[in-house]
Design a protein around this ligand. Structure first.
Ligand code: FE
Ligand code: ZN
Length: 509
């Protein structure tokens, strides 16, 4: 596809008396850069045909493209949070318990429409987060940056933070962008400076500014944050286990510990009364990504692989998960080591790589992130790639306490606020990484450390890993915490940690 084809499409549209709006043109231009079954000319011809049927305007807008080619231009399920319900009766194990599962929104079915512009994405991010900010009581007096008078006085504005830099006088200056313009804001009070230190770049915040001194001075900063709320609970006692970062295929995959976990699920190992209770009511197993170690993920990875073929790595995972009792419903999202698009949101691991997993009837392959409900309890599972960026840029955080970094995301109401660092983000039309619905359980992995906390009634979990320390981690001084899993009672949202290392017992977390 060349500009030539776009040119032809334009000429053809004009010959029928139609114009293509500048925005639609940008979208078409970007679409043309990707591979596709259909050419830009064909798209425009079809849109004109459709428009000619009605008595609509002679301008081709983005909405026209979306209405004629929703699959290509809508980013599919971005708009419609796809809800699928399934209820499966249980014949074995979990006794008479029924699964009640609802997928609220899943990145697995998203397709990049080929639009290579980030302007849509950031506009979407801004709009969604301002909406959340406006739900706060303070959000009512919000005004647009362009509406801020030059006159003296106070104003409350909101936007994305684009630059943060120290000033000569020991303060910090940052730029705030909204959809009408941008301003430079100065922070001098230590209280506001502290609040700003927790704000990541590209995050959306609300700021009270004082314009009386000739420049804008920040007096107060508000994050979208999560409102005070009561978490939903299951009516029945049902348990869910959370795992992540199996890294099957790595020579550091802790196979015997994982086998011990599988034995525990099957009631093979000697069990306490507590184990009996859990196993009898265990319904769900959520796996938060990095299920294989992958190939070529980092330089010289081949020297640390026990299995160099990614297809075989997935076969090994399938063989293990086949041993999970069939009445347990499993949910699998990808991580950065898995064989799928690296940019967030990550589509589910494609069938061609993981045929064995797809053939397991109790495995549900989903995208990263994914929001679903288990017996009425909403679970947001996200691998956690952006935790690296949050940990690197927020003072006072450490890899050993991933729950603190996860709180930063909850307060920002965004899973990957920082753009252009280690977390690749796809140029989708809509920002689906905004945490629009506050989950009852927020589950991540990726950092290979365990974490648990409660933040305004949201249970925060980081489920550790099944991989011993790698050379890379040793260099960074990161000690993983493998072979231990959180088990959550969905009726009470209480957590029990179970460990499966033989050599020594970690006890509870
Ligand atoms: Fe990992
Ligand atoms: Zn990872």
């Amino acid at each position: 596809m060349t500009t030539n084809s776009l040119q032809k499409a334009l000429v053809e549209a004009l010959s029928f008396g139609y114009q293509i709006s500048p925005k639609a043109l940008t979208v078409l231009k970007d679409f043309g850069k990707g591979r596709s079954e259909i050419s830009v000319e064909e798209i425009v011809r079809k849109v004109i045909e459709e428009k000619a049927r009605g008595k609509s305007s002679k301008s081709i807008e983005i909405d026209d493209l979306v209405s004629v080619f929703p699959d290509i231009f809508e980013g599919v399920a971005f708009r419609l949070s796809r809800s699928a319900s399934m209820a499966s009766g249980v014949k074995e194990g979990g006794k008479d318990l029924e699964s009640e599962v609802e997928i609220v929104s899943d990145s697995g079915s998203l397709l990049s429409p080929g639009v290579e512009t980030f302007s849509f994405l950031f506009k979407s991010r801004y709009e969604k987060l301002v909406k959340i900010l406006m739900e706060r009581p303070e959000g009512r007096q919000l005004i647009k940056i362009s509406k801020m008078g030059k006159e003296k006085g106070n104003a409350r504005i909101a936007g994305l933070v684009s630059v943060k830099r120290p000033t000569k006088s020991g303060g910090v200056e940052f730029t705030l962008d909204d959809d009408t313009g941008n301003v430079s804001v100065l922070v001098s009070s230590s209280e506001v400076k502290k609040a700003l230190s927790e704000i990541t770049l590209d995050q959306c915040i609300m700021v009270d500014v004082d314009a009386s001194q000739g420049r804008l001075l920040a007096k107060n900063i508000f994050q979208p944050d999560t409102p005070s709320r009561v978490a939903s609970t299951s009516k029945k006692t049902v348990y869910a286990v959370f795992l992540s970062d199996l890294h099957v295929g790595s020579d550091k995959f802790m196979e015997s510990a994982f086998n011990r976990f599988l034995e525990w699920l099957n009631g093979v190992t000697g069990r306490s009364e507590e184990d009996e209770e859990i196993i009898g009511r265990l319904k769900y197993l959520v796996i938060g990504g990095d299920i294989v170690d992958g190939v070529g993920v980092f330089p010289n990875q081949e020297y640390e692989l026990a299995e160099q073929d990614v297809y075989k790595q997935y076969e090994m995972v399938a063989k293990k998960l086949k041993l999970v009792p069939r009445h347990l419903q499993m949910f699998v999202i990808p991580g950065n080591h898995d064989a799928t698009r690296q940019a967030l949101p990550q589509p589910m691991i494609p069938r061609k790589y993981a045929e064995g997993l797809y053939s397991l009837l109790n495995v549900r392959m989903l995208g990263d992130p994914c929001l679903f409900k288990l017996n009425g309890v909403s679970v947001l599972t996200y691998h956690g790639r952006s935790l690296d960026d949050v940990l690197a840029t927020t003072p006072g955080l450490s890899y050993q306490r991933p729950e603190e970094a996860m709180k930063v995301l909850l307060r920002a109401r965004h899973l990957a606020p920082i753009f252009g660092h280690r977390t690749p983000i796809a140029p989708e039309r809509e920002d689906s990484l905004v945490i629009e619905q506050v989950p009852d359980i927020f589950h991540c992995g990726h950092v290979h450390a365990v974490g648990e906390d409660n933040y305004k009634s949201t249970l925060i979990l980081n489920s550790g890993c099944w991989q011993a320390q790698t050379g890379y981690q040793a260099n960074l001084g990161i000690s993983p915490r493998p072979g231990i899993v959180p088990v959550v009672n969905l009726a009470t949202i209480e957590v029990v940690w179970k460990e499966f290392l033989t050599s020594f017992s970690l006890g509870s977390k």
